[in-house]
Ligand binder design. Structure first.
Ligand SMILES: [Mg+2]
Length: 257
């Protein structure tokens, strides 16, 4: 096998569990918006909002889903969808256009503050620190976490927000963009992620190695695909590949003499 030079990582549910932080962010930024906006209006003797936490969030979700249908190329650009949905909701509530833009932006600022409060798996930083000495590393995410502010940002000189490229995984574009920026051919690279459809298949089809983080055992795996249950098992796969690479190299040496 050819020598591995680069490893690209999915982030959410690969380097940390995303569920809790997403739920807190969803609830928290909207609560912040209504509370801060209510206080602002009260100070200006403006009438109270008709929006409620629960009803407002439901309407916000429906506006995002509708917008994703109307502007399909933006369907993976979650920050854009949220910002436009909030602006429209606040204008429908009677805010002026400029106040709606300001408050939607402020709410998304709060969203990003909460969204980066992920807790990486305890092994992740140590693992990336070791890998970075041997391989070039990149992050490729469909999520809208702020890439420069997330806790493992220092390990990823190349970080791709696929939704903002308007080409969310499984589109090959974010993989090819990462490989181009790393200046590495697909066969010298590996992608690590938890989604079979969005991480494993597109990487494998491009000719990359792929590591699937999944508890599903006994699933037949195509060539160049490996399964681990947790990111901490990645060194075992890398050792195996390095060994296979050395053996290929040595046997090649025998034939060439
Ligand atoms: Mg993921």
């Amino acid at each position: 096998m050819t020598k591995l030079k680069a490893i690209t990582f999915d982030l959410d549910d690969t380097l940390w569990d995303n569920h809790g932080v997403m739920a807190r962010t969803e609830e928290g930024h909207y609560r912040w918006l209504l509370e801060a906006l209510e206080a602002w209006r009260a100070a200006r003797q403006e009438p109270a909002l008709t929006l409620t936490q629960e009803g407002g969030r439901e309407d916000y979700l429906q506006r995002r889903q509708q917008l994703a249908k109307e502007v399909p190329e933006r369907r993976g650009d979650f920050t854009w969808l949220r910002m436009r949905a909030l602006e429209a909701q606040l204008e429908a509530e009677g805010l002026t256009r400029s106040a709606a833009l300001l408050w939607a932006a402020a709410a998304m600022n709060e969203f990003h503050r909460l969204r980066v409060q992920v807790t990486p798996h305890p092994e992740a930083a140590g693992l990336l620190a070791v890998l970075t000495e041997r391989y070039q590393l990149a992050a490729i995410t469909n999520g809208n976490i702020h890439l420069a502010r997330q806790p493992l940002a220092a390990y990823f000189p190349v970080a791709i927000a696929a939704g903002e490229l308007l080409a969310p995984k499984p589109d090959p574009t974010p993989f090819l963009t990462a490989l181009a920026r790393l200046n590495v051919a697909p066969e010298h690279a590996m992608h690590v992620g938890d989604s079979w459809q969005e991480d494993v298949l597109p990487a494998q089809q491009l000719g990359m190695h792929a590591v699937w983080i999944s508890a599903l055992e006994n699933q037949p795996l195509p060539p160049r695909v490996h399964r681990i249950a947790h990111i901490k098992e990645l060194p075992r796969v890398l050792e195996m590949l390095e060994k296979a690479s050395l053996e290929t190299h040595h046997s090649g040496g025998v034939y060439s003499h």
